[in-house]
Design a protein around this ligand. Structure first.
Ligand code: ADP
Length: 434
């Protein structure tokens, strides 16, 4: 699989998805606002049209004797329409009632006014689809009306069509539509650039982990190949000299065995890290007495240290019971103690201390050994990093120990820090939540 090709196609996919999401969101948002504005703008007109329609249907004055009502039927005793809430008159003077006879002719030209008739309605034909339904109507392609038709209450086949000029509303809607279209174009252009930037950002951790994975596999195969080559060489050598006794080839056998052990340790470490990456490993937490636990793990190491003329001291003052996975915590201490023993010489000292500070539990493993360079300090937790390849290999190290230590601490929601010890050596400080 070509890395660049996969990454490019994945990035493109991310970009398209983000663009679709952005466009959909803006589309929905724009449509809601647009329809809301349209409804609000027509709301007053439609209420007036419906009120007028009801007035005709309920037999308003004038409608009874076959003419279009020209007054609100619910007038007060002086003949004025009663004010609505807010003191406004009872019906909208913008409503123009047109009366159609059975033959589809307008018969109330006088009532709607000759100028109105000539300008707007002379070419108008009755549209039966407007009966009982408020709809938009366009006259001469210029004038916009909201209209509804009502069957004449006493003359079958005749209709009263109510018209309200909505040119100003339509103008507003057209302007708003234009603004929405311009905004959509700008937004889509912005979305394309935003999606591109976002998709690049999203790909970064994927590329990083891809590179890490490739590096890990390369390092792992290199590490596995070295002991395998040694074992193969030794076995081939033994094969060429079958007459030799086991005693004579003892050195080769011992070396092969040590490399086999190394291989086995390496595969276990690799498996641990692979499982850590896939978050397959579940912690089995238990309540443990930390000081007692650390003491138990360190005891055999004190004896080993003594044998190699090193001094090991313990200062266990945490007095705490901790929720942790004992097997993992044991592994973590073993890694640090192993390293402390590996990288110290005769008469050096190794110290283990536990304490509680600011509601956190600390475990420190320090030594007065060879220490590490400034550059090494920042890379010490990287997989396969070894300060001194030859020395580390000699002591059986593969550079995976501290990576595993870091994973164990992380999975317990803590942190691990490597510091220079004074005057020499290292301090590994683990901080865990209480
Ligand atoms: P290794 O198996 O090689 O020890 P680690 O991951 O445990 O792998 O350690 C990585 C490197 O960090 C080692 O190769 C060594 O150079 C350095 N290191 C770790 N612990 C110590 C220590 N206590 N003192 C000096 N160097 C250390």
């Amino acid at each position: 699989m070509n890395k660049n090709k996969v990454i490019r196609s994945q990035q493109l996919r991310f970009m398209v998805y983000t663009l679709i999401a952005f466009t959909l969101l803006f589309g929905i948002f724009g449509t809601i606002i647009f329809s809301q504005i349209k409804t609000t703008l027509y709301a007053k007109t439609d209420t007036d049209l419906n009120g007028y329609k009801m007035m005709i249907e309920s037999g308003g004055r004038g409608a009874e004797n076959g003419t279009v009502p020209d007054k609100n039927p619910f007038t007060d005793k002086n003949g004025f329409p009663p004010p609505e809430k807010g003191g406004r008159p009872g019906f909208n003077p913008r409503v123009i009632p047109i009366q159609w006879n059975k033959s589809g002719e307008i018969i109330n030209i006088q009532q709607i006014g000759f100028i109105n008739y000539e300008n707007y309605f002379s070419s108008l034909k009755f549209d039966p689809s407007t009966v009982g339904v408020i709809s938009n109507m366009n006259i001469n392609g210029t004038y916009h009306f909201r209209t509804i038709s009502v069957p004449h209450p006493s003359e079958t086949g005749s209709y009263i069509q109510l018209m309200v000029n909505v040119d100003s509303e339509q103008n507003l809607i057209d302007n708003f539509k234009r603004i929405i279209i311009i905004c959509s174009i700008i937004f889509i252009l912005l979305s394309i650039s935003a999606s591109f930037i976002l998709s690049r950002k999203m790909m970064k951790p994927i590329i990083r982990s891809w590179d890490k994975q490739v590096e890990f596999v390369e390092n792992a195969s290199h590490e596995l190949r070295t002991p395998l080559t040694i074992i193969q060489n030794k076995l081939e050598l033994m094969q060429t000299t079958p007459e030799k006794r086991i005693m004579d080839t003892f050195e080769n056998i011992a070396l092969s065995l040590s490399e086999t052990r190394r291989l086995s340790r390496l595969t276990t470490d690799l498996l641990t890290l692979a499982r850590a990456d896939s978050t397959e490993t579940q912690l089995e937490k238990q309540t443990i007495d930390l000081d007692e636990f650390v003491h138990k793990v360190c005891s055999p190491y004190a004896e080993i240290a003594e044998l190699s003329e090193k001094h090991m001291w313990l200062k266990l003052h945490s007095k705490i019971r901790l929720e942790a996975d004992p097997a993992r915590l044991h592994q973590l201490l073993v890694i640090l103690l192993d390293n402390a023993l590996k990288y110290t010489g005769e008469h050096d000292s190794i110290g283990i201390s536990t304490y509680v500070k600011e509601n956190k539990v600390y475990i420190e493993v320090s030594d007065t050994g060879i220490g590490i360079s400034e550059e090494g300090l920042s890379r010490i937790f990287d997989r396969f990093y070894r300060e001194d390849q030859a020395r580390s290999r000699e002591s059986g190290g593969s550079g995976l120990g501290l990576s595993i230590a870091q994973w164990i601490v992380d999975s317990h929601h803590g942190s691990i820090q490597a510091l220079h010890n004074q005057p020499k050596g290292m301090i590994f400080r683990i901080r865990l939540p209480k």
